[in-house]
Design a protein around this ligand. Structure first.
Ligand SMILES: *Cc1c(COP(=O)(O)O)cnc(C)c1O
Ligand code: SF4
Length: 345
């Protein structure tokens, strides 16, 4: 029923929010701000930030779609969204213990683009690209070029899933899996659907947040067509990322039967205070999303300036617990190489 709504005449949540024009997200992604100077200008920042941004840009490529930039405050270099995406001279800092593959994923790559570390679930790199480049990202040094499989390599991956009947869940990750085309995703989901022991399809994505128009009728078509139960883990670090367009995109996803969760990373200067974390959980729930993980900071090379100590993170969580109901509490956790699950702190 939902699938036959046309963008202009129907909205899944009964609100007046118009549906996005199908495929317009591609243009928005292609038109993303790629030059730090443009980002500084767009936000009316003091030119003093430009030099540092350009220096940082040598090591970290800027990519910010307008839909995301529009949620930033102009003239504020401390804006919590801007800080996630604008490089600084500190990008070049090296710190002892900050390495390029902090999770040692290179050891768990069973097939190209497939990471099988945890019982029952396997993570597939469905797209090497992201809609936004996040400065703190632990995958920013991931060798995506080696891990973006072709169709025939996908067959190899799918055989791996078919042969392991202990698997319950396929997790599409990246990069951002929703940066792949709907044609590719529809093909892949159909293949996963035909593997009888799989029960769940999970997507780890930031795209519905960065470009809410990604959740268009074409995407909802393949999403609604599978027998697999669907879970989407969004990635939102600050309440200001959730505007009306994000809330409407979440409503469309929920109407298509998707369970919505969120993971965040604790980041210095972005969300390392209890008010920000409280506001984030409250705002997530307004959008119909439950907090899932709050990731302790991983020591990825070039991002030491975001580090929050475990002691600080644990104290924040303890205080947050005095303010929120249990179902709005994220689990503070870290991925420790060699462990059989994420490790709660
Ligand atoms: C985080 C992660 C998962 C999923 O873990 P959950 O605790 O189920 O969210 C699966 N595989 C890999 C490689 C991961 O990093
Ligand atoms: S994988 Fe996620 S956190 Fe990393 S750069 Fe892409 S969108 Fe950002």
């Amino acid at each position: 029923m939902l699938l036959h709504c046309s963008p202009s005449n129907c909205s899944p949540d009964g609100s007046d929010a118009p549906w996005p024009e199908p495929g317009s997200w591609r243009r928005q992604l292609a038109g993303a701000i790629r030059d730090p100077r443009d980002l500084c200008q767009r936000l009316g920042l003091d030119p003093a930030y430009m030099a540092g941004a350009l220096e940082g840009h040598e090591l970290f490529e800027v990519r910010v779609p307008e839909a995301f930039a529009a949620r930033m405050r102009t003239g504020d270099p401390m804006d919590p969204l801007l800080r996630q995406v604008l490089p600084l001279a500190s990008e070049a800092d090296t710190s002892p213990g900050f390495v390029t593959d902090p999770l040692e994923e290179a050891q768990h790559t069973a097939r190209r683009g497939l990471i099988h570390k945890y019982a029952g679930r396997v993570l597939l790199i469905a797209s090497p690209a992201c809609a936004v480049n996040c400065r703190y990202c632990f995958r920013r040094h991931f060798p995506y070029d080696d891990n973006a499989p072709s169709r025939s390599q996908w067959e190899d991956t799918l055989n791996y899933l078919r042969d392991d009947s202990s698997l319950r869940e396929a997790i599409l990750s990246g990069g951002d899996p929703l940066a792949a085309s709907d044609r590719q995703l529809a093909w892949l989901v159909e293949k996963l659907d035909s593997i009888r022991h799989l029960k769940r399809l999970r997507l780890h994505t930031r795209l519905p947040v960065v470009i809410p128009d990604r959740v268009d009728a074409i995407m909802l078509d393949w999403l609604a067509s599978t027998r697999l139960q669907k879970v989407m883990v969004l990635h939102i670090n600050h309440a200001n990322e959730i505007d009306d367009a994000v809330i409407a995109a979440c409503a469309r996803l929920k109407a298509a039967g998707v369970t919505l969760l969120n993971q965040s990373v604790i980041l210095r200067g972005v969300n390392d205070d209890v008010d920000s974390l409280e506001a984030l959980s409250e705002r997530l729930f307004e959008a119909g999303v439950l907090p899932y993980y709050l990731h302790a900071f991983d020591p990825v090379a070039g991002a030491a300036h975001f580090a929050v100590s475990d002691e600080t993170a644990e104290a924040l969580i303890a205080e947050l617990r005095t303010r929120l109901p249990g179902f709005l509490m994220p689990t503070l956790a870290r991925e420790i190489p060699g462990e059989a699950s994420k490790t709660p702190l």
